[in-house]
Write a protein that binds this ligand. Sequence first.
Ligand code: DUC
Ligand code: ZN
Ligand code: ZN
Ligand code: ZN
Length: 473
Amino acid sequence: MTTTLIRGGTVVTATGRSQADVLVDGETIVAVLAPGSVVLGTDLSRAVHTVIDATGKYVIPGGIDAHTHMELPFGGTAASDTFETGTRAAAWGGTTTIIDFAVQTYGQRVMDGLATWHEKASGNCAIDYAFHQIVGDVNEDSLQALESLPDEGITSFKMFMAYPGVFYSDDAQILRAMQVSARTGMMTMMHAENGPAIDVLVGQLLAQGKTDPYYHGVARAWQMEEEATHRAIMLANLTGAPLYVVHVSAKQAVEQLAAARDVGQNVFGETCPQYLYLSLEEQLGAPGFEGAKWVCSTPLRSKAEGHQAHMWQSLRTNDIQMVSTDHCPFCMKGQKDLGLGNFSKIPNGIGSVEHRMDLLYQGVVDGQISLERWVEITSTTPARMFGLYGKKGVIAPGADADIVIYDPNGHTSIGYEKTHHMNMDHSAWEGFEIDGHVDTVLSRGKVVIDDNQYLGAKGDGQFVKRGLSQYLI
Ligand code: DUC
Ligand code: ZN
Ligand code: ZN
Ligand code: ZN
């Protein structure tokens, strides 16, 4: 077992920052020490094999991206990142754990869907990974299967109020699954958009010849998100299920979540980098079919209507608790272009797993959030929300040595020809400049990124079983 000393840095956690050295033994953090406590050449230091100099840099717990879709079958194609390429890209960007969505498709058994996901991921990941379960077909058999998921280390499942005919669950199905959630303590996760109503609007827009990518966002209006969010909250209220609404983008949806939290309901929300930085107006202004790279659901919202600013505000007020990517990459050629002449055929999704830590750090530089809040919303809260805390999400003795050394004096230019390790033919983040840089990444004690080199290997990452959420009242 190698022993590593990270010295000279500023350790930043969700609750504060201090000058400290971090001692790692094998895969685990064993001590957080006053600077210089380990004097090289003394007995204690004889055991130290590697010294990493973090002077002038932040030492933070590795990022946890609680919403990714490697290899997701969608829109007649599949998300272009495999577990191998997607987790490697995540490591490049300072994310050391992903929680991906295992998929039960319509007509499939939940446990068969889960087994398929284990096959896809096992032996292929660069970093640790866990699963949520998508329930695409709520029936007697699925409801029974849900009861046994916590034993498999899966303590959350997701349903879709959108995508009729694909993943969609109606209110009756949602109610029944939420009853299981209430009984077991498992988190219900919800894609909250009124799919049947959206499909009517999609048909009407197409009939009027409005086929460009921009109309995706017009059809998926904020009212569709607010209404579904409210309905999900009411069903959760009735059943007592804890509820986590994914990819929140509309300020009206945040207000629904905030009102429920104000009265003590176990309701949570995540937003994604695209809703903090990108807008429907920019999509409208993109030439030709270019706007297809930003087609995702929920859609980009109007900046003029104030959604973006409200998302940042919600991160400050904790009306939104954390940021995940909804990483769901598709190439323009051969995938997004399925929707040339019909926006509804563009596979939904943006690839961001590599850039989440940097994009949110820019929020610190821009004065949107504090340094500690950055760590909280990208690592600590995801760990607490989804039963990983203690091992993940913190720099403390006993935690896995998932550590990022972040250089606030470094710089990252994001772009397809620059920083890009995701398996897609473009970047949705082209031209973004970050006033910071991921210098070194340790995944369970192993240095996997250092000085712009990848030093890990596929299979380094292990499946992590999760406990119940530690965020519930
Ligand atoms: N939203 C996306 O953008 N992609 C995959 C599924 C989803 O809900
Ligand atoms: Zn979704
Ligand atoms: Zn998703
Ligand atoms: Zn550097």
